[in-house]
Design a protein. Structure first.
Length: 497
């Protein structure tokens, strides 16, 4: 993949569209382009396989906390999910089947990491450079990087001096046998509550360092029966109806998130009941009880997390971690916890999803500088100053209550129309008008003020250091679908010629 492959003129790109990332978003975009008859596109994927988050997160117990029936493309239901909530290997296998079915492999450059994409204003195209030194030009760039792709490892003093094994949940060390080891887990988020129950029975001792207790609700998980599989295969309308039912039930849950945070109290009661049933020790329950409104941080679902914390040899430590030494972890009470392995379940840089130097727009401006005050876009997709660039799962498209695939499909339809409009207009570039971006963001930030994420009394990874919520969509998902339904070229400045 080098520019010299191009046999076209200087202003003609090597490909019409370059997509960054072969996860759910990038693949959905590729399928949409193919369905609309476009073949001039390439997906750059830094990993050796497709799947994005569902390829790289392979920690024990990794599974989806969105019901299986809703966690697939709407045009590609899977009749064979084994459980109500799918485990990671099945979701990854589903993605691979989509790659095969839509014959996407010829369009994907695996092991190809984008180093920099720079917009060439004169030519109206993106010049891409990969880490391997290849170059490529594209009229349109689609950033489908995901917003949970850069692991966050806290800068704890002494971290690099640790002489045992340490790794982040996203880089699970499969060569590290935890049997009989003294293990520290830092963090109690969505990933940790899935892998802690898996490792607790085999380790020698487990210390879970909890900074903020999460709200944990029962997970209505169960195996899908043979009869259901038969039914879904032979009468797909049944699965579609169930999917629709789940979608609308979850949409109702948006109300307490975005309009009536106080209504979360009923779910808090459920969470406390769940804890009482599973944690007999009242001192441990006290440590595990959150003091903020449910929903302010991501709600977690698990039936085995609390029981795993009650096992002999498992300790929950709530004193803050202050230092890491060659032999373990020190907490603010001065206690030294000797451990052989440290696992960081400390999440991702969600409010800082694009590294500096990766995307350079008009006037040589790095997107990191444009997002100084926190990432923002129009419809989570287009950014003023960055012509012909569209994000999938960009700023303020995350959800607390439903499936991201619904949001992905909404954005993909919008971007597919943008690509068509660019071509139909015979234009060099489309650049979002600053006013459109400003008005849109003022509106959603106003709406966000009333949501549980800003009124719930917590500090979460949803918030940028500036205090703005830059990650979540403050509405129903059907409202996002309605807003992305039509691409309006009048929102953009069109450069022709
Ligand atoms: P996370 O939810 O952000 O949790 C990170 C944890 O690390 C939190 O408990 C945090 O505490 C703690 N932490 C961070 N820095 C710390 C420090 N210096 N000292 C002590 N504790 C520290 O990360 P995650 O569990 O990897 O999950 C990230 C996101 O991935 C989820 O929220 C979810 O959106 C997604 N996910 C989804 C699924 C799914 O099924 N769909 C599954 C797994 C993950 P504080 O709470 O105090 O900040």
């Amino acid at each position: 993949m080098t520019a010299s492959h191009s046999t076209q003129g200087p202003d003609k790109p090597d490909v019409e569209t370059a997509i960054i990332g072969a996860g759910f978003g990038g693949l959905c975009m590729a399928i949409a382009l193919k369905k609309s008859g476009r073949r001039s596109f390439v997906i750059l994927e830094k990993e050796a396989d497709a799947g994005g988050t569902w390829l790289v997160n392979r920690y024990p117990g990794c599974a989806c906390d969105v019901p299986s029936h809703l966690y697939s493309y709407s045009f590609e239901l899977n009749a064979n999910w084994s459980r109500a909530y799918s485990p990671q290997p099945e979701i990854h296998a589903y993605v691979q089947r989509c790659v095969d079915k839509y014959d996407l492999a010829p369009h994907i450059r695996f092991n190809t990491e984008l180093e920099q994409a720079q917009f060439d204003e004169a030519a109206g195209l993106w010049r891409l450079q990969t880490a391997g030194g290849d170059t490529l030009t594209a009229r349109t760039l689609v950033g489908a990087l995901g917003f949970l792709n850069l692991p966050a490892i806290p800068d704890i003093p002494g971290r690099d001096t640790f002489e045992g094994t340490s790794f982040h949940s996203r880089y699970w060390n499969e060569d590290c046998d935890l049997t009989g080891k003294r293990v520290a887990v830092i963090g109690t988020g969505a990933s940790a509550i899935q892998f802690v129950p898996q490792i607790a029975p085999k380790v020698g001792a487990l210390t879970v360092f909890q900074r903020t207790p999460p709200w944990v609700l029962p997970k209505p998980d169960r195996p899908v029966t043979g009869f259901e599989h038969w039914l879904f295969r032979h009468v797909p309308a049944v699965q579609r109806a169930i999917r629709g039912g789940i979608y609308w039930a979850l949409e109702c849950l948006a109300i307490p998130f975005i309009r009536r945070p106080k209504a979360m109290r009923m779910f808090e009661r459920l969470g406390k009941w769940h804890m009482r049933r599973q944690v007999p020790d009242s001192a441990l329950r006290e440590k595990l009880t959150p003091s903020y409104r449910l929903g302010c941080k991501r709600i977690l679902f698990s039936n085995d997390y609390y029981p795993s914390l009650t096992k002999p040899g498992v300790e929950v430590v709530t004193d803050a971690v202050t230092e890491i030494t060659p032999a373990g972890v020190v907490t603010e009470d001065g206690r030294h916890h000797d451990v052989d392995v440290i696992i960081y379940g400390t999440g991702f840089k969600a409010t800082d999803p694009v590294p500096r130097g990766l995307i350079i727009g008009s006037g040589n401006r790095d997107i990191v500088d444009a997002w100084d005050d926190g990432p923002e876009a129009y419809l989570g997709t287009a950014v003023s100053g960055f012509p012909n660039l569209f994000f999938i799962i960009g700023p303020n498209t995350g959800l607390g209550h439903s499936s991201m695939i619904f949001m992905i499909e909404s954005q993909v339809a919008y971007i597919a129309e943008a690509v068509a409009s660019l071509q139909n207009a015979g234009a060099r570039s489309l650049e979002l008008k600053p006013k459109v971006q400003q008005r849109y963001n003022e509106d959603i930030q106003k709406k966000l003020k009333k949501t549980v994420w800003l009124t719930g009394g917590c500090r979460s990874w949803y918030l940028h250091p500036s205090g703005k919520n830059v990650t979540l969509w403050p509405g129903f998902t059907w409202q996002f679908r309605r807003r992305t339904r039509r691409f309006s070229i009048s929102d953009y400045t069109v450069s022709s010629g």
